[in-house]
Unconditional design. Sequence first.
Length: 385
Amino acid sequence: MAQRWDIFCNVVDNYGDIGVTWRLARQLVVEHGVQVRLWVDELASLQRLAPEIDPATAEQSGAAQQSCRGVEVRHWSKPFPEVVPADVVIEAFACELPEYYVAEMAARESKPVWINLEYLSAENWVTGCHRLASPHPRLPLTKYFFFPGFTQGTGGLICEPGLLQRRQAFQRDPAALAAYWQSLGLPAPAPGELRISLFGYENKAVPDLLAAWAGADYPVICLVPEGRVVGDVSAFFGGVALAAGNTLSKGNLQVRILPFTDQDSYDQLLWACDCNFVRGEDSFVRAQWAGRPFIWQIYPQQEDAHWAKLFAFVDIYSLDLAEDAAAGLRAFWQAWNRQGGVGEAWPMFWQHRAELGVHARLWAAYLETLGDLASNLVQFSKSHL
């Protein structure tokens, strides 16, 4: 009989939390033959990634079951429905499980493996906390902390089998690339042209960056998937209303607004572009698998706690870069996240594009050696059942 897993997701960062848990659920089903119930409190965000999902039906009828790509999707409603807990329970990103569900876990003769899948961080304390056990203060249950990460001694990153091979084949196939650009209504890139994807939160630095690209001595095509950053792009063009399909130009810059797309198509966008701006956790990880230079806009936290995470990743990511390339990367990432000075910092960063490109491919190959998050979770759960 197939192992049963429950994954709980409380949507905080529109697509970061649900993006990670949705990828994980799909991979567990496809690769490991696991039966997965995915509990989501905000199904509208999942619908953007999986259009088959019907939030209205589920939310009107409590926790109505929907099957999507082999995953049983349930609305995490209040009150929580009476269900039998699964063999493995994933509490994604420290979301708090319903009291009823925890009590039912404790009542099981064979206790579930309870895992708190933590946020991704490169901070050096992560390896010491990975797989750490935390006994419940009142109930006969133990929760384990499981940390994705970038080093041995962590849970690694979500990566489907053969992902890097598919990416390499796509990037090395001129016909595949031409067909992809044609699907967006674009010709193949001209010599010296730069193509950038821009996916981010609201950022006051966007107009300054677009101005730098408009004044560059090379053509820039900036592809902007629908999302929160579109308002700042609009500000650069005088506040004109923007929607998917719009194209605007100024100087050497052309901006195209793309419709929000599914995860597989977003991967192709990252693979095809020369440089990618990403945000949160899910797109951050996918940019690393893309093997292209990228810039991460980290999700802001109270008391600026996010800065330690940002600097920790920059330190480990730039370890093998030449000193001037590492300095350019650090300066631009800081400017982008501080939302100021990006126009001056961009040339310092992009002048190292050749080295940054080689480094990005080597980094992706290194990450693959850590094993993927889904397989590491399955191996851990089997050892504790």
